[in-house]
Ligand binder design. Sequence first.
Ligand SMILES: [Zn+2]
Length: 269
Amino acid sequence: MYVEICREIERKIKDAEMVLVGIGKELDTVQKKEQEPVQDSKSYIMGKILKNQEDSAQEFYEKCDFVYKKIHKKIQNPALMNLAGLLEGKNYFIISTNIDECLYCSGFRKERVLTPCGRETLLQCSSNCNDTVWEAEPYFQQIFRDGMMVKDEERKLPVCPACGKTAVFNILRAGEEETYCEQGYLADWERYKKWLSGTLNRKILLLDLGTDFYQPQLIRWAFERTVMLNQKAYLIRIHETLANIPKELTERAVSFFVNSRELFEQWRL
Ligand SMILES: [Zn+2]
């Protein structure tokens, strides 16, 4: 059933001068199929706040292990790898609401990726005392030996060099927006804005892949506005249940109600 969709996307990519890709939760490496998509921000925030109360050192170390495996390609995201292959040679930009290091390890050009909700390889002060982020790699080198995490008693949580408080991953957590340090992505954001300004009156394809209603102003609504303003723009929206597009855009947009991760995983098979 996917073959026709694949051919249609390939044709549109080939035809476009520029390709803007928005990547949402369906394509997240941690995504579990049974996970419910976000329908409204309130339920999302409540879920996150409950989860944060259970946060512990153990959870932090599990996250370290997960990120370390991604960096060292022990955990991979074949859907993203296939997408990267498909975009090779095109003038593209990727924006994602996911916090997923696989976006940087799957073959996309790193200077063409923007993750405004954070980065798993950056740390920041838990209270963001001095608005700074730093690379997690030196810390990983302390807690991993020969690819394995050292024993409990040999490791310590990272601390902020400025104030000594516990450091955390530089990721946007619902309910903790005030302490999220935005320095981690601002340079990428500037690059993105510059790239976007060059899309005016160009034949641009917008691929909205697997986004729900989490931070819709970043991808979902922004893409719709671009199609509204640029007569040469075309939008393809793919999501298992939330691929609907506004009526005003139907002439320059198409939706496919399929799971974007499954679609891209099987692409070359
Ligand atoms: Zn601090």
